[in-house]
Structures are given as structure tokens and as C-alpha cells.
Design a protein. Sequence first.
Length: 566
Amino acid sequence: MTMMILTILMKFLKSILRFMDSLLLTKFRYPQAELLINSQLSRKMKKIVKNARRELWIVCPEITRKALVWLLKDINRHLKITILTTEKSHYKVKEVTKDLGIDPDINISNNIHAKILMNEHEAIVGSANVSYSGLWILGKGNIELGLYIRKREIISSLKSFIERIIRGHEPPEPIKVDGITVVYGPKDIKQLLENMMRSLLERLYVVSPYLGIEVIDWLLDLLHNKDIQLKFLTALRKGDISRGLTDPMALNRLLKCGAELRRHDTLHAKCIILDNKVGIIGTFNMTFDGIHENYEVLIVLEEESLVKELLDWYETLYSSTSLISQKDVNSIIPIITKPYKKTDIEIIRSPRKPPPLILKMEELIKERNEWEWMNVEVCREREFGAGWKLRVRIRLQNRSDYPVSSIRLHTSENMELDQVSIDKLEPEEFKIIEGTIQFPREERELVVYQVKASYYDNCLKRFRRTRPAWGSKKIVKIISPKSPILKILSQVIDELEKKLGRPPLIKEFKREMKLKWQKRLPLFINDIRKAFPELRSLSPDDTSFWNRLLTIVQLYRQKKSRSLNY
């Protein structure tokens, strides 16, 4: 009996000590919320692991072996550890935890993108993955941003978020405590951002390593008719472009609307600052997946001191970035010119749920002296003259048993459609939208034009997009205006050589041109002078003009002959 009483007393005293320890930590040693950057994040994460007494929660999509060993090497082996990660990382987690002699509860969600490290009374939510570059283990790494939190209500909400995702439930409702609001995606992020953008007055600063055309179009639609200063900081790494993480269409759209676009190669932080009064940090990127697909955590900061600290960090980062110009975006074209095997089929594992919205792009092509609409897949390897226009049409069809609504078409900058949005398509209904593609006037080897669509699936009750992420895409070669002119003049010389049995003289070449073109010759000469700047200072009445033109054509014919012989 005495031993039982002593045991109860010991447990009671331990609980009091834990409570006092937590109270002292909360009130005197640490602030309730603290903004952390780069290596500050990793140092604080190590402390959270060390301070854990009963529980430790790790949520991260990308976990590497060495980084996890570094984080957990001093951990209390008797903790209850819960880890939520992706299928890609869970094998590494199993190997590391086995080597460390700990037995965590490992859970998998391929849609998880939130990054949370948490014990019983403190947590970090931020952009950093558990990797060498994310945790600055070697003293350098990505530019990261996060928030350290010691608010009991928020800790409970974060635990609820993790538990609900593990059980396959919807994320919890947003929670607001002392000027800090926590919102969970994909459930509530879009609505929150929409409300904040509608109340925006003067300026919007966005930091996101990746940018998607669907989100950028949606954002610009919300800010339409508002005089807002827009600044975007992104990463623009070649690897991100080739993997489809950043869409060049989004970069072009921002440059066209007058936004200031800047880059930093190691950027991985995510934040939004509105009118210098409200800050948003978290784990989401400005992409379709970040807003509509992934499980994310977004934290809205309205406390003045935290917003000021975030703004100071932004201005420091801004000074270390470089401007993105149209030339930089055009240089991306070689990266994205790989052909896609499918243009309009969405990849879904279950054949019972086919993609509801089908998108096809057709071109108006002249075949056998008749104009015909042809699918872009048939029209490969075509060449277009600089400055030409091409008529296209987009066919959208709903092939599901449910209506499809809020359809938004996203196009490259060189494509202009008569209509870009459709309110609703009923089952089996289709819609055709026509438009024009304007090819650049300057000589360029390759031009990409493409279209994709985002829409609301009323069956799955969520937003979707046409697959692959690039939608329907076409790559064409733009030929110099010199090429068609040289071909025509070369044919004239061929005809003269057949008649004369020898190369023509200058006066014979000039006479043949007058006979062939007659009244249209001045117009053709005008085109020739535009295509060849070296002829602009010469008069067509002078022999020197025709002498120079004949020399240019003969050089072209020699090059063509050599290439054929080769």
C-alpha cells in the first residue's frame, strides 16, 4: 500500500515538474512566435528534438538519409515518434530509424508537401526539407524561411492536421491565435488568398521558387483593373524548367503585365507580403499543386513586429537577386522543346474515372488549295515565316456524366484566343474557341505555342487540369524572311540557265525579273530590301543593286549545292 502511494506521488511530482518546465520555457526563455531563416531553422530543429519529452512529430515530403541521421542522432529512444512522408522517402526513413534503434510510426501520403517538426509544446513550420541543403548541415544551403511557434492552441491544431491526414480525413478548420492564423491546404488556401487579393490596395510581393501558369492567370484575373505594384522572386533553375516545376508561360505572363521579376538560384523559401501590413509564410508554392492538390500549411502574420521582420528579410533577399528579362525567358526555349507523346490524356490509375475534360488544338492549314482544320499532331515539322499569323482553334469536350465548371484556358503569349473562360460544360457538351498565333518578326530558330486548361471537377469536388501539365503543345521552326525570297530568285536563275545554257548576266537577270513580276516588281524589290539590309542603300535603277543581288543568290545556290553533295 505504501509503495503504491509513493508511486502515485512520484508520478504526480513528475507531471508538476513537466508542467513547470513547460511554463517556464513558454513565459521566460522563448518568444511565442519567432521568424527563422536558413541555418537558424536547423539549430532550432535540433533543440526541438532535444527538448522532446514524450512525443516527436516529423512531417516532410523529402527526407535524405544523412540529414535524418544528423537530426535524430541525439534523440531520446523512448519517445513516441510519428513520421509522415512520401513513398519516395519512406524507405530511407525505415533504414535510418532501424540503424538508430528507434521504432517510429511511419505513414505515407504522396500529396503531403507540408514541413513540420514538433514536440509536445513547440513546433517549426517552414520551407526546409530534411536534407543537407535544407538544413544547412555543411554551412551552406538553400534560402529557407520558417516560423517557430509555442502557442498551445496552434500546436494542438497542427497535431490534429497530421492525425487527420494519416487517417485519410479532410484537414481541420483554420485557427487564429494572437494575430497568427494557420490555414491548411488544399481545403482553404485558395479561398483565403482570394479574399486577401480582393482587399489588396497597393503592392504585392511574392516569393516562390516555382511558378505555374494556372495560379498566375488566376491571380492576375483577381487583380484585374487594380493598379498594384507586383514583384515576384523565383529560382528559375534549368532543372526546375525541364521538370515542369516552373512554367515559362507564367514568366511571360508576368513580364507582359508589367510585374518585376527577379531570380535567386538557391531560393526555396515561400512567402507573400500584402501592402506591407500582412505576411504569409508556409510550405506552398505558387503552382497548381501548391494551391489545389497538396496538403500544405499556410500561416498568416498580422502581428506588426513579425510582419516588419518578414519585410526586412524580404528587402535583404531582394538586394541579392538579379532581374529576369524577356531575353532570359526566351533562352529557356531549348529546354522545353522536347516533344510530348500525349497532348490531352490525363493520367488516372482507375479506368472507371476517365478525365472529364478533353482538350485538342487544331490548325487551319491549306492543303490541295483548300483550307482544312488539322490536329497539331499531324502538322509536325512545319516552317513558318517570321511575322506570319496562324489561325487555330481549341476543342474542349466534357466526356463525363457530371458537369465541368470554372474552365480557364491558359495560353502562351504568342496565342490570342477569342475567349479564355467557360462557365460550364454539361455532360457530352463541347465548345470550340478560335484564336490566332502571331509569330515573331525577328529571326528565331524555334517557337513554342501551347494551351492547357484548369477546371472544377464536380464529381471529385476539386480543381483539376489537363495532362500532361504542359497541355497541348507545338514547336515550330521560324525561318528567316530571306529564305523564301532566295528560293524564288534561285528558281528564276534555274529557268534562265535552262534557256541560255549558261549562267545569266546581270542585264539578263534584271530583264527576266521585270518580265516575270511586271507591275508587282516594286513591291517585291521592297521585300528584298527589307530582307537584305546591305541592299537598302542601293537604288534598283543602278546596276550595282542587281550585281549585289545576283551575287547573294549565287552564294545561296553554292551553299545549297554543297549541302546536297555532302
